[in-house]
Design a protein around this ligand. Structure first.
Ligand SMILES: Cc1ncc(COP(=O)(O)O)c(C=O)c1O
Length: 375
């Protein structure tokens, strides 16, 4: 039964029982011309894919109209959470393994070994499971139980490093040392080396191509988070190769060393790193902005409340990085934010009032809400 669209008291479409009706429009010729949920058009479903890895990429670009309380420029987010492994790191994972298989660098007897506490590990675990390859993921004792369970569900061997490198006091260095030990002692090991592997950055030429296409051909500003700098480098290389006018803003964590400064403790994983990645090239981005853990929490909560997007920590940081520069952006510009992952893996931290109160103070909870109603 169709009902007229209803508005909630907030001016948003109300969630009515009919909201879940799924119907196909009839174009008069008897063939379904498109799908709708209660009159809201959905994209064409597209053809069947040949295996789960063929669903990586082609993630949606969505318009953000409320997140910053109304900005004069066009604002979009590229939702990399739509990748099957839940993050942008599916792209480099599938490309690195496919390339190594194609050139014979790995075969059915190879063990893939990588240091990652999160998204890259999960992306590789998925790709290795698909190809039937053994995968050892070297994590540290800050890795969440949920990520360890996801890795194990994909069949990965999880090797937990508990002691930091004695010289640097750094856990990342200790994890990389553990990876090297595998390479020296086990036969037929392959290390994707996400911090240096050019197939990491090359996988994002496609990310940028999708964005430009989806945004209608012109992107004036691209904001992306940095850790290995694969996203930054790949998008920037594509922009340069195609002669596009896009200005690229790198969003890094306060306490990360990529753009200088000293490494210090950070609460939110994903963006930021304690060592400058080989993929980093200072000439690639047009500018950078650093965001705090607090910015990430504020941005994530704002995205959830204003846009109903449950996004991961770096996405919130990117939003707040843009907020810091919003007055420099021309009113007719098109601005795209690359959101790397989804929020489910942050339910015990960013989206937990208890955790937020513990780390930022209970009085701060209100401060994480938007300053005023924006609709
Ligand atoms: C949540 C999240 N944000 C940002 C990044 C940074 O992306 P890149 O490694 O391409 O610099 C990562 C990388 O793992 C990530 O997991």
């Amino acid at each position: 039964m169709r009902t007229d669209r209803q508005e909630s008291v907030l001016g948003r479409p109300a969630r009515a029982p009919w909201a879940l009706e799924l119907g196909a429009h009839d174009d008069g010729g008897g063939m379904p011309a498109g799908f709708s949920v209660s009159g809201v058009a959905l994209p064409e479903p597209g053809p069947a894919r040949d295996g789960i890895l063929a669903t990586i990429g082609n993630t949606p670009l969505v318009r953000l109209r409320r997140a910053l309380g109304g900005v004069p420029f066009r604002l979009y987010a590229k939702l990399e959470a739509f990748n099957p492994g839940g993050s942008i790191k599916d792209r480099p994972a599938v490309r690195i393994v496919a390339d190594a298989l194609a050139v014979g660098e790995i075969d059915a007897g190879t063990t893939v070994v990588e240091a990652s506490s999160g998204n890259m590990g999960i992306g590789l675990a998925q790709v290795c499971a698909y190809h039937g390859l053994r995968f050892v993921c070297v994590v540290d004792n800050r890795t969440t139980a949920q990520n360890i369970h996801i890795l194990q569900a994909y069949g990965a061997v999880v090797d937990v490093v508990t002691e930091p490198d004695p010289e640097t006091g750094d856990l990342l260095q200790a994890k990389l040392d553990r990876v090297r030990r595998y390479l020296e002692t086990e036969p037929s090991c392959f290390w994707p080396n996400q911090y240096a592997n050019r197939n990491n950055s090359r996988s994002h030429h496609r990310t940028m191509a999708e964005i430009v296409h989806q945004a209608g051909g012109r992107v004036d500003y691209l904001f992306c988070a940095t850790a290995t700098c694969g996203t930054l480098r790949g998008c920037a290389e594509y922009v340069r190769e195609m002669g596009l006018p896009t200005r690229i803003v790198a969003v890094d964590a306060v306490g990360s060393v990529i753009f200088g400064g000293r490494s210090c403790k950070r609460l939110i994983p994903g963006h930021g790193t304690a060592r400058v990645p080989e993929l980093h090239d200072p000439a690639l981005g047009d500018r950078f902005v650093q965001v705090t853990d607090r910015d990430c929490v504020a941005g994530c909560r704002r995205l959830l409340r204003e846009e109903a997007i449950l996004a991961g920590g770096s996405s919130g940081g990117i939003l707040m990085g843009l907020d810091a520069l919003r007055h420099e952006i021309e009113p007719d510009a098109t601005c795209v934010l690359v959101f790397p992952d989804r929020g489910e893996r942050y339910l015990d931290t960013i989206f937990s009032d208890v955790w937020v109160a513990e780390h930022f103070g209970a009085a701060q909870l209100e401060a994480f809400l938007p300053p005023q109603p924006t609709r």
